[in-house]
Design a protein around this ligand. Structure first.
Ligand code: ZN
Ligand code: ZN
Length: 419
């Protein structure tokens, strides 16, 4: 590659070149069978067009869910069977068109129901059975009435939806969805404490701006992680990664320690600016090249200063930011600041400042929402295309469109060649 480590290489340019040259995995499945149409699937069987899902069987068009069986068109759900068009629900059986419901069966077009059975078009009920539009009926009347509701034509569906919207408008809403939390702000936060602005997050402590941390292995002492961070500790600016310790600016990596600006790396430590690398022998790496320890520390510190000077604050910036636009310096003591992307003002909280100081991170110049959008956009859209494995030529079903400039490989080739 002709890269000289005399200290004069252009890190940003070399990092971008390395990313283009490094193979990407066409679609990611683990311990799964017959789930080729989809991406990020674990321990699942016979699924089609499912994304970021685990422990699913016969699931179709489902996203960000776990434990679905015979379900279609569900998102952010757990433990559903025979369900259709459900969002943010858990433990439902034979239920359709539901939102924010849990531990129910045979409910349809319902909102915020807990521990209910046999309900149609209801909102905000607890421990009920045989209700239609929040009205209680006897078993016989329920059966007769529900039989008359036409769930199978457009006019019937429209009528039910309209009635449900009226009821939803009257249902008092809990100001947040949280369970077993202490000192947390955010929504859909469970079993967590001291969390600042976290969403769809479980098992997280002393952290902020964590998104979609839905697995049991939680996050501690970390900021700006997600989507799908699993088992983070002392981490910053991370997306689609698992089991990281003391890492910053990481995308799509697993089991890393003390590493920065890495993509597609596994089971390693002391990597800086690496891509598609599994460091088997140990040691210190910059841009996939093994370097002396002294050189590593000295040069990476210089690079970090250089990146900061050029307005590179995130892994997204390092990959894609237009460097022809001049960087705007922001004073470190301004706690109420304007986002350099959307201009909205945002504030830093005390815990967050302490974290940035401890981790030697400069205060963010983008608001939390723009930071999250950047991290989400690192991944491809949830669409599937056919193309050939760049290594073995096998046909792949992948989220990389045919015109994408990357080398895209099948899972066996991905594992075979990383190192
Ligand atoms: Zn913004
Ligand atoms: Zn292949």
């Amino acid at each position: 590659m002709g890269l000289k480590f005399d200290g004069n290489f252009n890190f940003i340019e070399e990092f971008r070149k390395l990313d283009l040259a490094s193979p990407k995995c066409g679609s990611w499945t683990r311990a799964s069978e017959n789930c080729d149409y989809g991406d990020i699937t674990t321990a699942s069987r016979d699924c089609y067009m499912c994304f970021n899902s685990g422990n699913c069987q016969n699931a179709y068009f489902c996203e960000d869910s776990r434990g679905l069986k015979d379900c279609s068109d569900c998102a952010l759900c757990e433990n559903l069977e025979l369900c259709y068009e459900c969002i943010v629900c858990d433990s439902l059986y034979n239920s359709n068109y539901c939102q924010d419901c849990s531990n129910c069966n045979d409910i349809h077009f319902c909102f915020d129901l807990k521990r209910c059975k046999d309900c149609i078009g209801c909102s905000g009920l607890r421990n009920k059975q045989y209700c239609i539009f929040n009205e209680q009926f006897s078993k016989e009347d329920y059966e007769a009435k529900s039989g008359k509701l036409n769930l199978n034509d457009e006019a019937g569906l429209k009528f039910i939806r309209q009635k449900l919207e009226e009821l939803k408008a009257k249902t008092p809403r809990m100001y947040v969805h949280q369970l077993d939390t202490t000192n947390c702000t955010g929504d859909y936060v469970y079993h967590s404490k001291n969390c600042h602005f976290c969403f769809d997050t479980r098992h997280t402590e002393d952290s902020g701006y964590i998104y979609q941390a839905n697995l049991d292995m939680g996050t501690r002492d970390s900021y700006d992680c997600g989507p799908i961070p699993t088992g983070m500790d002392l981490c910053y600016d991370i997306s689609y990664a698992h089991y990281l310790f003391n890492c910053k600016h990481i995308y799509w990596c697993g089991n890393l320690k003390d590493s920065k600006y890495c993509i597609n790396c596994l089971e390693s430590e002391h990597l800086f600016g690496c891509n598609y690398l599994k460091n088997k022998q140990g040691g210190f790496y910059i841009l996939n090249r093994k370097v002396d320890e002294d050189f590593y520390w000295k040069r990476t510190e210089e690079i970090e200063r250089e990146l900061e000077g050029k307005g590179i604050y995130t892994i997204w910036d390092l990959l894609y930011k237009d460097l022809s636009k001049s960087a705007v310096r922001v004073l470190d003591d301004v706690l109420q600041r304007g986002c350099q992307i959307c201009n909205e003002s945002f504030e830093l909280c005390e815990a967050e400042i302490a974290f940035y100081k401890k981790m030697k991170i400069i205060y963010p110049v983008y608001c939390p929402e723009c930071r999250n959008k950047q991290r989400v956009s690192l991944r491809n859209e949830r669409k599937m295309y056919k193309r050939k494995c760049s290594s073995c030529e096998k046909t792949l079903i992948t989220t990389y469109p045919p015109e994408s400039p990357y080398k895209v490989v099948c899972l066996p080739c991905y594992w075979k060649n990383i190192g």
